[in-house]
Design a protein around this ligand. Structure first.
Ligand code: 5GP
Length: 191
């Protein structure tokens, strides 16, 4: 197995900007990739099956649970979300830094079963900013936003369980900090 391959859990409340941060990191490095999750959530406008998520029905998802096809899965806001095992493990084996952009319960499961995974919690500057970002995104109903904010409060409470906490106030700064974390972790693995 390549020494450079690793799983990086990037967890954050919905609206904290984790997808934007990841996009910016992957724009400048060829050694990172993202695991494409499966979900039973309805696709949002502009989302494509196999690109943003694998969109599955409840029974398709449950069949995959039965067949042990997920590294982890969790229920979030009444939908299932899960990380497909085979692709992620293969990418890590090949030496890739594979980002799992997942919510807290799934992150906790990975930390337990893969203690060598690096875990990063991306913290929004404050709840007001988070609410503004969720509203500006215009992808969720008022009800869904309220529910996501409630979950966010709980998620923020468990930030100290992660190896690193990065505050996403300025995109460039957060990206620099995560790149620095990756350099540190690569140095450790190659020491
Ligand atoms: P959204 O519906 O906004 O795309 O995602 C809702 C939450 O589910 C986000 O916090 C997102 O990071 C998380 N999520 C996405 N994929 C997975 C996954 O495979 N497993 C887990 N546990 N959470 C996921």
């Amino acid at each position: 197995m390549s020494k450079n391959g690793m799983m990086v859990i990037l967890s954050a409340p919905s609206g904290a900007g984790k997808d934007t941060v990841f996009k910016e990191i992957s724009r400048t490095r060829s050694d990172v990739c993202e695991s494409i999750s499966a979900t039973t959530r309805e696709p949002r406008a502009g989302e494509t099956d196999g690109v943003n998520y694998y969109f599955l029905t409840q029974s398709e998802f449950e069949k995959k649970i039965e067949n042990n096809e997920f590294l982890e899965y969790a229920s979030y806001n009444n939908c299932y979300y899960g990380t497909p095992a085979s692709t992620v493990l293969k990418l890590v084996e090949e030496g890739k830094i594979c980002f799992l952009i997942i919510e807290r319960k799934g992150a906790q499961k990975i930390m337990k079963s893969y203690p060598e995974a690096v875990s990063i919690f991306l913290m929004p500057p404050d709840m007001e900013t988070l609410e503004k970002r969720l509203k500006k995104r215009n992808t969720d109903s008022e009800e869904a936003i309220i529910s996501r904010l409630k979950i966010a409060e709980e998620e923020i409470k468990s930030a100290s369980e992660f190896d690193y906490i990065v505050i996403n106030n300025e995109l460039e700064k957060a990206v620099d900090e995560i790149n620095e974390i990756l350099s540190t972790e690569l140095r450790k693995r190659n020491a």
